[in-house]
Design a protein around this ligand. Structure first.
Ligand code: AMP
Length: 285
């Protein structure tokens, strides 16, 4: 696996691959790789001749009080993991090249970034879409793979691709979970051992919602209240939002209209870690 740190080098490589008639798939990440990231890499390998992964802890998607500086950066270990799992090229750009002095351009998807995670993270998606569009322009992939774990992110990126007539195809990989159901996340490392024990309640809540929906419950308030009670009973998990929304507009629904997205964000009481998860009721992303 070749590691590429400079934008020019990455652009030259993508041009060379294109000229050689090779297709390229792309998995953007912030590193601290786990099996969720690897599952996306495996999809990428099936979709094109060459699989490129990026690791870039993107400063513009973190709020001023968020965990940018403490975000884990085990770069050498990540490269070993990526290489072992068949990654052809690792693009790890330098922050000063991505955002040089006088940098002044951002890409904003509008309404759908103001709901769900956008409420507590107002500039987050602007940072995500900006960096993802930059990465698409540098890597020039035919297909890019994102995880359902960050469902709003997938929906926002698909919106950007459609609205800006980008040529890249967006594929979604299923959420990979720990044995007890907790969605894998680089942020799970922040959890105290007590919080880690309590955290599976987040997915249990989503499973309870799915059961209610399967039994015919359509009232979203009833479903949301039930999940809220479960979370609050765990003592260590405080819900930030529990929402059932339209998959295109991300607006809240009073009645379940399948397929729709049930998305939750929680904060843990001891370490203050923010965890998100979701399921699709009656369909897929
Ligand atoms: P991150 O490094 O957290 O920015 O994530 C990079 C990509 O991996 C994003 O497309 C995420 O949605 C995806 N991802 C993160 N966690 C998981 C997971 N548990 N299962 C599947 N994909 C994931």
């Amino acid at each position: 696996m070749k590691i590429i740190k400079h934008i020019d080098e990455m652009k030259n490589l993508s041009l060379t691959l294109q000229k050689a008639g090779k297709t390229v798939s792309f998995v953007p990440t912030m590193g601290a790789l786990h099996d969720g990231h690897i599952s996306l890499l495996k999809i990428a390998k099936q979709k094109a001749d060459k699989a490129i992964m990026s690791i870039f802890v993107n400063p513009t998607q973190f709020g001023p009080k968020e965990d940018f500086s403490k975000y884990p950066r085990p770069f050498e270990q990540d490269c070993e993991i990526a290489e072992k799992n068949g990654c052809d090229f690792m693009f790890a750009p330098i922050s000063e090249e991505m955002y040089p002095p006088h940098y002044n351009t951002y890409v904003s998807v509008e309404e759908i970034t103001r709901t769900l995670c956008g409420i507590s993270r107002p500039n987050h998606f602007r940072g995500v879409t900006t960096v993802v569009l930059k990465l698409f322009n540098i890597v020039n992939p035919q297909v890019a793979i994102f995880g359902q774990k960050d469902a709003q992110q997938v929906i926002v990126i698909k919106r950007m691709v459609q609205d800006l007539n980008l040529s890249v195809r967006i594929e979604t990989g299923a959420t990979i979970r720990e044995k007890d159901g907790l969605a894998m996340s680089s942020r799970n490392k922040y959890l105290t051992s007590e919080e880690r024990k309590a955290a599976p309640v987040i997915y249990n809540g989503l499973q309870t919602a799915l059961e209610l929906f399967t039994k015919g419950e359509k009232d979203t308030q009833i479903i949301r209240d039930k999940i809220s009670q479960l979370y609050l009973a765990s003592q260590l998990i405080t819900p930030e939002y529990i929402e059932i929304v339209n998959m295109t507009t991300l607006q809240s629904l009073d009645q379940v209209e399948a397929p729709c997205l049930m998305a939750v964000a929680c904060r843990t009481g001891q370490s203050g870690t923010r965890l998100i998860d979701n399921i699709v009721l009656g369909g897929s992303l």
